[in-house]
Ligand binder design. Sequence first.
Ligand code: MTE
Ligand code: MO
Length: 358
Amino acid sequence: MDTEQLREDRAALQLINPAPYNAEAPPEALAGGITPIALHYVRSNFPLPEHDGTLSIGGAVANPLTLTLEDLKAMPAHEQAVTLECAGNGRLQMRPLPTGEPWGDYAVSTSRWRGARLSDVLAMAQPAEGGVEVLLTGADHGAYHLTPVLADIDREDLRFERALPLPLAADPASDILIAYEMNDEPLPVDHGAPFRLIVPRWYAVTSVKWLARIDVLTDPFSGEFQTGHYMYEWPDRPPERVDIMRVRARITSPAPEAVIPAGPCLVRGKAWAGRGPIQRVEVSLTGAGEWYPADLHPPTGPYQWQEWTFEWDASDVGRHTLRVRATDSAGNVQPEVPEWNRLGYGNNAVEVIYVDVV
Ligand SMILES: Nc1nc2c(c(=O)[nH]1)N[C@H]1C(S)=C(S)[C@@H](COP(=O)(O)O)O[C@H]1N2
Ligand SMILES: [Mo]
């Protein structure tokens, strides 16, 4: 591994954990449509792995096969912008504070990903009749001693593995990519080189990096990262799997605690949801009060955050609060306070900032 290159790649990010390396985007990264690679957050559960450059497809398939990067590049290429958000994004706002990486609010980024479709690769392998899920295995592995969740797993050498329902994985309309390029560059090592999965709409945990194996399973998978971690453990109802991204809006300008001159102020931000497109964004200029419709810009693609703006008459000097909330295509609205769960996932509470008008 080129350590000089790594240092360069990581210089612009806000460090959360040096080993395994986890870092969030700087606030200004949220302002753009496509996040530059250098500003894309990084979340890894294990040290950077060695990857042998091959992808093996097996399990319950008629035609097991092994592909190289060149093989993947020879297949029809698809490119799409996808917003990735870590399910732990916003964990720091939950009370009581859950265990886990202390993410602020910037473990979310949008890149253009290019690669072969998972459905095309599965079609080559021909899943057997009894297939129910597709197991996706990364090359990374290591000791995993966070809160005990599953009793009967080997915590000394765990692999990063996630499963998807076979019907979803095999459907071309899911647009799930085995990506080898990010913003026109070869995939950087922190983001899963030589190739990774990109699963639009889902929290990014399912977008397995350093993809090494794909196996069709005839029974549902129950590994640590499937049924132990990455579960919403609610205080008052049965646990649920972390899957589709919950609806969320953010204010990108003005910055929190900004001091701005009295007069018109264009408030702007982003909104995204697994169940896109966003239906509505509203802004509030007080605590508990009226919500005003923001100007929601049309989506630039099916899987990426949308811009919104709001013309605010900030002519009164003093401190002002700004709140923003979005509604997704299924009618889900952001909650006012984080919906607490034991491992701190899926915080999509309404953002509140204040600015001082002078
Ligand atoms: N192999 C592997 N894939 C992985 C992970 C990992 O630890 N190992 N982390 C997941 C999580 S939790 C997130 S949020 C995304 C982060 O992708 P990024 O680092 O490119 O932003 O990768 C996912 N894919
Ligand atoms: Mo994540």
